[in-house]
Write a protein that binds this ligand. Structure first.
Ligand SMILES: NC(=O)c1ccc[n+]([C@@H]2O[C@H](COP(=O)([O-])OP(=O)(O)OC[C@H]3O[C@@H](n4cnc5c(N)ncnc54)[C@H](OP(=O)(O)O)[C@@H]3O)[C@@H](O)[C@H]2O)c1
Length: 324
C-alpha cells in the first residue's frame, strides 16, 4: 500500500449501503467468506454506514468466521458520526475527542483489538491539522490502529498533514480513499500525481462501478431492489442517471461484448490497470455479483494499450492533463 509495507489484495470488499439495509448476517457471512476464499484480505467499513449497524454486522461475521486475525485487514472511518440528525457537535468531525471516541466505538462494534486502517472520512476545516496528525499518531502509538489515511481530501490537505508530520517526526497519512471509476477520474489520475512521487500514497478506491451504473443494469430503467431504487438514495440516482453517462455506459456494454467479457468485470479491471490503485473496494449484494466482479482479475491481461485507448474514446472522461 503506497510506500508502506502493508500488502492489500488488489480487490477488497466494503459494506456501504449494503450491510444491514440489503445484506443480513447470513448473506454477509457467505459474501465475506467468498471474498476471503478468493484472496481478498481487506474489508472496509465506517462509523456512518447504517449508523454503526454495518460495523456491528461485520464484527459478528468476523467473530463467527474466527479467521486468523493476521490474515486480513479491516478499516473504519470517522467524520460523519453515526447518530444521523441526532449527532451533537462533538459526535462528528476530526477533533481529538471524536477521532478517539470513534476509534474506540469501531473497535467495540467490530469486536477487534485494533483497526488495520483508520481513515479521516472527509477533511474537517474546523480542526487544526496538527490536532488530526497528533491524534492519529497517538492511536498508532497505542496500537489501536496500524495505518492512517484520508478519504476525499485534496492534494494540498494531504501534503499539509505530511508537512506537520515531518516537522514533528510523526507518521503522515499513507493512504487515501477516493472515488475512482470510468466516470470519475480526476483526483486519482491528476490531482494526486505529485504525491505518489514524493511522500508516496496508497489508494483504496471506492465505487469502481459508479454504484452499479457501469454494469449496464440501469440502461433501460431502474430494476426493483437495486441501489437506485432504495429509499433515501434519490441524490445518488440523480447524480448518475444522466443521459450523457448512460449513453457512454451503453457503448461500453457493446465493447465488453466484443471482448467477450462482462461489463462489470471490464469496468473493475480498468481501475486495476492504474498502477496507483492499491485496491479497488467492491460492493455486492448478491453472490452472483461478487463472483462476476472477481473475474476482473481475468480481464486485466486483456487491457492492452489499444484496448485502453478504445475505452478512453468511448468514455471521453480522461483528465485533460493526465500524467501517468
Ligand atoms: N470513502 C468513501 O467516502 C466511500 C464512499 C462510498 C463507498 N466507499 C467504500 O467503497 C465500497 C464500494 O463502493 P460501492 O458499493 O459504491 O461500489 P460499486 O462497485 O460502485 O457499487 C456496488 C453496487 O453495485 C451493484 N453491483 C455490484 N456488482 C454488480 C454486478 N456484477 N451486477 C449488477 N449489479 C452489481 C450492487 O448494488 P445493488 O445490487 O443494490 O444494485 C452493489 O452493491 C463501499 O462498500 C465502501 O466500503 C467509500
Amino acid at each position: 500500500m503506497g510506500k508502506t509495507g502493508l500488502q492489500l489484495s488488489v480487490l477488497s470488499y466494503g459494506s456501504w449501503v449494503t450491510f444491514h439495509k440489503q445484506v443480513d448476517d447470513s448473506l454477509a457471512d457467505r459474501l465475506m467468506g467468498m471474498a476471503y476464499d478468493a484472496g481478498i484480505n481487506f474489508f472496509d467499513n465506517a462509523e456512518v454506514y447504517a449508523r454503526g449497524e454495518s460495523e456491528k454486522l461485520m464484527g459478528r461475521v468476523l467473530k463467527k468466521k474466527n479467521w486468523d486475525r493476521t490474515s486480513y485487514t479491516v478499516s473504519s472511518k470517522a467524520f460523519f458520526g453515526w447518530r444521523g440528525p441526532d449527532n451533537k457537535p462533538n459526535q462528528t468531525g476530526l477533533s481529538r475527542k471524536h477521532l478517539m471516541e470513534a476509534c474506540h466505538e469501531a473497535l467495540d462494534r467490530l469486536q477487534v483489538d485494533y483497526l488495520d486502517l483508520f481513515f479521516c472520512h472527509r477533511p474537517d476545516k474546523n480542526v487544526p491539522i496538527e490536532e488530526v496528525v497528533w491524534t492519529m499518531n497517538i492511536l498508532l502509538q497505542q496500537g489501536k490502529i496500524l495505518y492512517w489515511g484520508t478519504s476525499e481530501w485534496g492534494a494540498a490537505e494531504i501534503m499539509e498533514a505530511h508537512r506537520v508530520a515531518a516537522q514533528n517526526h510523526l507518521i503522515g497519512p499513507s493512504v487515501e480513499q477516493p472515488q475512482y471509476n470510468l466516470l470519475e477520474r480526476d483526483k486519482v489520475e491528476y490531482e494526486y500525481y505529485m504525491i505518489y512521487k514524493t511522500v508516496g500514497l496508497g489508494t483504496t478506491i471506492w465505487s469502481p462501478l459508479a454504484s452499479g451504473l457501469l454494469t449496464g443494469k440501469y440502461n433501460d430503467g431502474i430494476p426493483e431492489g437495486s441501489r437506485f431504487a432504495l429509499q433515501g438514495f434519490d441524490w445518488l440516482r440523480e447524480q448518475w442517471m444522466v443521459e450523457d453517462k448512460l449513453a457512454k455506459v451503453r457503448k461500453l456494454g457493446d465493447f465488453a461484448k466484443q471482448l467477450a467479457v462482462s461489463q462489470a468485470s471490464l469496468a473493475i479491471a480498468w481501475c486495476l490497470a492504474n498502477p496507483h490503485v492499491t485496491t479497488a473496494i467492491l460492493g455486492a449484494t448478491r453472490e452472483e455479483q461478487l463472483r462476476e466482479n472477481l473475474k476482473a482479475l481475468e480481464v486485466l491481461p486483456l487491457l492492452t494499450p489499444e484496448v485502453m485507448q478504445q475505452i478512453d474514446d468511448i468514455m471521453q472522461t480522461r483528465p485533460r492533463q493526465r500524467e501517468y
